[in-house]
Design a binder for this molecule. Structure first.
Ligand code: UDP
Length: 338
């Protein structure tokens, strides 16, 4: 039986997770329109797919509704991944985060509504749980965003739910936990731990371990996340639902240090940072039959095979991290870095 090719729009499709999703959708036979403003997304992330005639790439900001709506007109599925990430700049520039992550989401929802898509999938964030009371954390846990990035991603999730309720838009939200894998961002901003550690390893510098390194994170491999996005679009059972997407376990920073086989240096514990993130993924397993496939050790090994990708990434030192995170300490705790 032949099935008509699906048409998908991926906002943020030139970013880390977006580019893996685009790859997965093309492998599935879909036609894909990427919308990205290339603020943090990179054409290089899609370079290996550029010759595929089913892929169209458009440089535009999601807030430009006039240009976005016609691009979405034919879409069956919209995956909304475009967003500003990282904690520190969100504390320094909350208005930019509100515009991109809240107003931007409203704009994509309106484009989806006029296109009458069969599914709108939103990349939500596990940062909405703040410092969770229970680990593993279920979707029903309290929502306690600790900084503007977390707040604006959650406000986006509320908008998505609202468009589902008021306009009947078929929506699904996935709350991602610490996604890692090749093509993870290497921007100038102090950000996700893999980017920081791999650049340090490549240059033979010690890795900057926060606190005692016993804190754990639910590191989820990016191809598993791309698969969850696809299943969320496809399954009728996903409509109207919110799912956690995690690895099924949680891993300490010290364990990561051992796997990377690097020296370490300790830096102060950061305010409003949980000791553990760990998704309860029983809901997505049960409803969608999705499960993570890539083991943490294998994911780290694959990252090490791509170590050269971090050649141009900034090298962070305890001193430069202290400077870059001053706003974090100033605003989220009463004291300053110890
Ligand atoms: N981390 C670290 N050194 C760094 C950056 C991060 O030890 O230079 C740790 C951090 O304490 C946390 C984990 O790595 O336990 C993941 O941090 P990231 O900022 O990537 O994500 P989040 O804290 O938002 O989960």
């Amino acid at each position: 039986m032949t099935r008509k090719a699906r048409r998908a729009v991926v906002t943020g499709g030139a970013g880390f997770i977006g580019s893996h999703l685009v790859e997965r959708l093309l492998a599935e036979g879909a036609r894909v329109v990427v919308v990205d403003n290339f603020a943090t997304g990179r054409m290089q992330n899609l370079a290996h797919l550029r010759d595929d005639k089913r892929l169209a790439i458009h440089k535009l900001d999601i807030a430009e509704t006039g240009r976005l709506t016609p691009l979405c007109r034919e879409a069956d599925w919209i995956f909304h991944l475009a967003a500003l990430a990282d904690i520190v700049p969100s504390i320094e520039r909350p208005t930019d985060y509100f515009r991109a992550n809240v107003a931007g989401t409203e704009s994509v929802l309106e484009a989806a509504r006029s296109a009458k898509v069969s599914r709108f999938v939103y990349a939500a964030s596990s940062s909405c749980y703040g410092i969770p009371e229970a680990c593993p954390t279920p979707e029903t846990a309290d929502i306690k965003p600790e900084y503007p990035y977390a707040l604006t991603k959650y406000l986006g999730e509320l908008l998505v739910r609202h468009w589902g309720k008021v306009y009947g838009l078929p929506i699904t939200s996935l709350r991602f936990f610490n996604v890692f894998g090749p093509r993870a961002r290497t921007s100038g901003t102090y950000g996700a731990v893999f980017g920081v550690f791999l650049a340090q390893k490549l240059k033979g510098r010690p890795c900057t371990v926060v606190g005692d390194g016993n804190q754990t994170r639910d590191f989820t491999y990016v191809t598993d996340v791309a698969e969850a996005l696809l299943q969320a679009a496809r399954s009728p059972k996903a409509e109207g639902e919110v799912f956690n997407v995690g690895s099924g376990s949680t891993y300490s920073i010290n364990r990561l240090i051992r796997l990377l086989d690097v020296e370490s240096v300790h830096i102060p514990k950061r305010p409003a940072e949980p000791d553990c993130t760990f998704a309860d993924i029983s809901k997505i397993r049960k409803v969608l039959g999705w499960q993570p496939k890539v083991r943490f050790e294998d994911g780290v090994r694959r990252m090490l095979e791509h170590l050269q990708d971090w050649e141009d990434a900034p090298i962070w030192t305890p001193a430069s991290i202290k400077r870059a995170t001053q706003g974090w300490f100033k605003h989220l705790s009463s004291g300053s870095p110890r």
